[in-house]
Design a protein around this ligand. Structure first.
Ligand SMILES: Nc1ncnc2c1ncn2[C@@H]1O[C@H](COP(=O)(O)OP(=O)(O)O)[C@@H](O)[C@H]1O
Ligand SMILES: [Mg+2]
Length: 390
């Protein structure tokens, strides 16, 4: 029997390849951990990924993303925990039998092989026949829109073309799981953005389950069904981009995804939620927020408000005293016009800074540097989190 799965065209073949149990997760990690001599690189990761899902591991350098990916691929042996692919425990399965395609971080193509030979490599490892190799390499080249460049050597290709070849090589045997470690990291911004969409579309077309690694939050938001925020070898939060943006569970996540205003203080509980107090400033915290954050009375906390959720009004505007609204007096330090939005940098009375983004063309009043204003936001638009450094 051929070691290759599927036998028809690239897209059709790959999707009909799937096992008949669509509800079974494609990948399950349980308590996955890896310690090196002096460092706990991965520290108990739990993750379930659905068939055909695109999940991104997002986190700062050194947070354990690459190590997690290498354990899934089988190149690094875990210290603890389990990895299941399509319901099968992978602990004793070597990399080439895991049916996983991988694009490595900073991993170049074989320089002495042509593009077509590079793509053929995994097929040769799997002992595919000559004719099958020929057909599949042609399909893979077409998939990444590089028909006709198969006989070029890597040095004769641009950076973007080389990444496309690396992608073709990773998917040519129709792996059930596709792992990508910062594949676009070395490319300039414009090319990176174009390839983000291309990688996303081709992965969907193939029906592949993808685990993608990046430290670029925008890339993660653009490409992913769900994002796992990594910090110190753990998943700090897992969810859709919207969930992470609107309801971060910690200051770390709030800071990592998007721009945020972080107002620090002490949490004071009362019957209907509580307050965030800082000096003589006090802001209401909704009961649902308080439940979620589960902070004890008096503990160091912060509220997070996204720049587009803040509004600037005149000091005597009735909105300042409206129910369900938090307000603070502020002065406008900078008023910046950025085309589709205006960005204001404000200073609060206690020296904290705040950033406000407003859509241009909404008929809102425009503010100038030096204006004394009211800064307001809906109580429900702020998220309460613990402040570990408070
Ligand atoms: N082979 C190794 N030997 C020792 N330490 C390692 C090894 N690989 C990774 N590490 C360490 O493990 C931690 C996580 O690394 P890594 O998984 O590469 O993070 P990321 O991909 O998120 O940048 C880092 O502190 C790194 O230095
Ligand atoms: Mg890495």
């Amino acid at each position: 029997m051929s070691a290759l799965r599927g036998s028809t065209g690239a897209a059709g073949g790959a999707t009909t390849d799937r096992p008949d149990q669509p509800d079974r997760p494609a990948l399950v990690l349980r308590g996955l951990a890896k310690s090196f001599v002096d460092v706990q690189a991965v520290d108990g990761v739990d993750l379930e990924v659905r068939q055909g899902e695109f999940v991104t591991l997002l986190g700062p350098s050194g947070s354990g993303k690459t190590t997690t990916l290498r354990m899934i691929a089988g190149f690094t042996r875990q210290s603890a925990g389990t990895i299941e692919i399509d319901g099968v425990d992978m602990t004793h399965v070597p990399p080439h039998r895991r049916d996983v395609g991988m694009i490595f971080q900073n991993y170049a193509l074989f320089p002495h092989l042509t593009a077509a030979q590079n793509i053929a490599f995994p097929l040769e490892m799997r002992r595919a026949t000559r004719s099958e190799i020929k057909r599949r390499v042609a399909e893979a080249l077409a998939l990444v829109k590089l028909e006709g460049l198969g006989s070029r050597y890597p040095r004769q290709l641009s950076g973007g073309q080389q990444q496309r070849i690396a992608f073709a090589r990773a998917v040519v045997f129709h792996p059930r799981l596709l792992l990508m470690d910062e594949p676009l990291g070395a490319l300039d911004k414009k090319l990176r953005e174009a390839l983000q969409l291309e990688v996303m579309h081709i992965s969907r077309q193939l029906g592949a389950t993808v685990i993608y690694v990046t430290h670029d939050q925008e890339e993660a938001l653009v490409m992913s069904d769900r994002i796992a925020i990594f910090s110190r070898g753990r998943i700090e939060q897992l969810g859709r981009g919207e969930d992470l943006y609107d309801r971060p569970v910690s200051l770390f996540v709030a800071d990592f995804i998007g721009e945020s205003n972080i107002l620090r203080g002490r949490f004071e509980r009362d019957g209907e939620g509580g307050w965030l107090a800082r000096g003589n400033l006090r802001w209401r915290v909704a009961a649902a927020q308080e439940d979620r954050a589960a902070l004890s009375d008096g503990s160091a906390a912060a509220i997070v408000v996204r720049p587009e959720r803040l509004r600037i009004v005149g000091l005597n505007d009735p909105a300042v005293a409206a129910p369900g609204v938090n307000a603070v007096e502020a002065s406008v330090r900078d008023a910046l016009y950025l085309g589709s939005i205006r960005k204001y940098e404000l200073m609060l009375p206690d020296g904290q800074a705040a950033t406000v983004r407003r859509q241009v063309g909404g008929g809102e009043r425009e503010w100038q540097s030096g204006d004394r204003v009211g800064l307001i936001w809906a109580v429900n638009d702020a998220v309460l989190v613990a402040d570990p450094n408070g």
